[in-house]
Structure formats: C-alpha cells, structure tokens
Design a binder for this molecule. Sequence first.
Ligand code: FES
Length: 109
Amino acid sequence: MPTPEIQILVCANERPPGARKPSCGPRGGLEVYRRFKDRVRELGVRDRVMVNRTGCLKHCSRGITVAVWPWNLWYQQVTLEDVDEILETTVMGAGKPVERLRMPDIPWE
Ligand code: FES
C-alpha cells in the first residue's frame, strides 16, 4: 500500500523545564503515541492506519494534541483513556468526531 488511508498525528514535542510555553511530551505525548500504535496493531488495521509522533502541532496549551487525517479532525487534551474512543469513533467510524475532545477553532500558538 503506497499511502495510508488514515493518519494519526500525536504531538510528543518536549520543551525544557521553564520554557515559555508548555509542551505535550511532558504531559505524556509519547505514551499516548505508543498506545495508539499498540491498539492499531491489536485491531489489525496497520495496513491502512499510520500513527506518527510529531513535533509541535501549535496548540500547546491544549495538549496533548492529536490530529486525524483525512478528516482534518483535531483533538485536545488527549489522554491514554481517550485513545480507544478516538479509534472506535473516528478511525473505525469513518471520520465521526469525538465531540468532547474537539479542538476549538482557534489560532495557532
Ligand atoms: S507542544 Fe504539542 S502542540 Fe505544541
């Protein structure tokens, strides 16, 4: 398969202590990324769903930030407990949003 049908981007950016802005890494971004990877493998959808950890996705104060393509759905304050709901609702549900986690339409930070 040359390109994934679905791509999940998880911010794992890590700023040093005392940085001007918060970052998703110290909040657990890497752990959320790993949970997505594990669950995608367990669900048997690795052939069509790609999970990537990223640098800053520009919504630092609302992290952990997650974006799901091709639906351009952005989620805020994602925790390990939210991973299954995003996978079941959005990924397995053909782009249905998890409303309680949706990022408001705000400027990039
Ligand atoms: S550090 Fe995660 S959105 Fe900026």
